[in-house]
Each structure stands twice: as structure tokens, then as C-alpha cells.
Design a protein around this ligand. Sequence first.
Ligand SMILES: [Zn+2]
Length: 106
Amino acid sequence: MRSRLHPSKRKLAAWLESGGPEEVDAHVIDCDRCAESIEALAVPTPVLSDALAAVLTPPDDLVIRLNGRIASSLQNRADMKMFAELCGVSFPTAQLLLTDRPLDDR
Ligand SMILES: [Zn+2]
């Protein structure tokens, strides 16, 4: 027999997440009001979905900025290799002389 009291929205949200507790499960099976509440909880609100879309959408110029940084990094690596060859030192030694942190040499 189902409980006559409707679970709070918090309990319905918890039920939506985990499927429990059992008394909420037993209640929502045949309560139209709670079924509507659960449907409303399951649909993201436009404000939240808009905010998520704004956060998850990459900026328009991301590819351009990344390509610029990659090109700059490759140029720095080429400059460092040239410096190493001119000075007759290994690439790791040039890294130690020119930077405060080692770069990947792959
Ligand atoms: Zn109910």
C-alpha cells in the first residue's frame, strides 16, 4: 500500500538519481502528481541548460589560438635546437641554459 503523503521534491530528486528509497519508489508508481513532479525534475531548465551550453561550448577562436600557440612552441623548439647546434651542446643542455623548466624533446 502506498503512502498517502507525497514525498518532498528533494526526496523525488533523490529517487530520480538513485531509485530509492523504497517507500518513494512504491509511492511514485501510481501517483500522477509525483510522476509529473519527477518529469519536471528530469527536464533541465532553460536557464541551466543555457548556462551549461555556454560553459561547454568552446570559444569561436579556440582553433586559431591553439594553432598560434603550437606554432610558437614549435618555433621556440626550433630556435633552441639551433642554439644547441651553434653552441655545440645537447638539446637538454640548451633547455637548461635557456629555460627554467625542461621541455619535451620528442
Ligand atoms: Zn505523490
